[in-house]
Design a protein around this ligand. Structure first.
Ligand code: INI
Length: 168
């Protein structure tokens, strides 16, 4: 049985989310870029709306979803970034390729986030059709890029709330 929309949407603690003073990187796949451009647009708008300064948003692109995890690790090693937003789109084709790209990219994003201890908003669409993807990239099902950006900010805020006090 399908669930009502309100229950299946990601819920954010909007009142608790602030992006003030944060540096955030959008890592965007060029594969299916008519979709991923819209994800990036939604993510950027959400960051700006929540207090991240335009100059503190870094945007880099990569060939496909497969490359997202390594790009994040590389950026994390080069400079201070408070959170990442990974944006990509894998559409099921006729072959098993979909399964490997979608599965391994997803696993890689989880691995890199846990290994670095840095939030990675998961904005990787995995859909059966291009239409379903478009509906989730600024269409009738919202914009998952925006959701991923909000999730990343919320996780930075959570870490700050529970930060250990500095020893004197
Ligand atoms: N990359 C995507 O981001 N989405 C896809 O749907 C996709 N498909 O279907 O193949 C895809 N493949 C490319 C992959 O991410 C790598 O960029 C490529 O294999 C080079 O390493």
């Amino acid at each position: 049985m399908s669930r009502p929309d309100a229950e299946s949407k990601t819920e954010f603690e909007s009142s608790r989310i602030s992006g003030k003073g944060l540096r955030v990187a959008l890592v965007v796949s060029r594969f299916n870029n008519s979709i991923t451009r819209n994800l990036a647009r939604g993510a950027r708008a959400a960051l700006l709306r929540n207090g991240v300064r335009a100059r503190d948003i870094l945007e880099v692109d990569v060939p496909g979803a497969w490359e997202l995890p390594l790009a994040i690790r590389t950026l994390a090693e080069r400079g201070h970034i408070d959170a990442f937003v990974a944006l990509g789109c894998v559409i099921r084709g006729e072959t098993d390729h979909y399964k490997y790209v979608a599965g391994e990219a997803s696993r890689g994003l989880s691995d890199v986030s846990l290994a670095l201890g840095v939030p990675v908003g998961f904005g990787l669409l995995t859909t059966d059709t291009a239409r379903q993807a478009a509906e989730r990239a600024g269409g009738k099902h919202g914009n998952k890029g925006e959701d991923a950006a909000m999730a990343a900010l919320e996780m930075v805020n959570l870490a700050r709330r529970f930060a250990r006090p500095k020893r004197r």
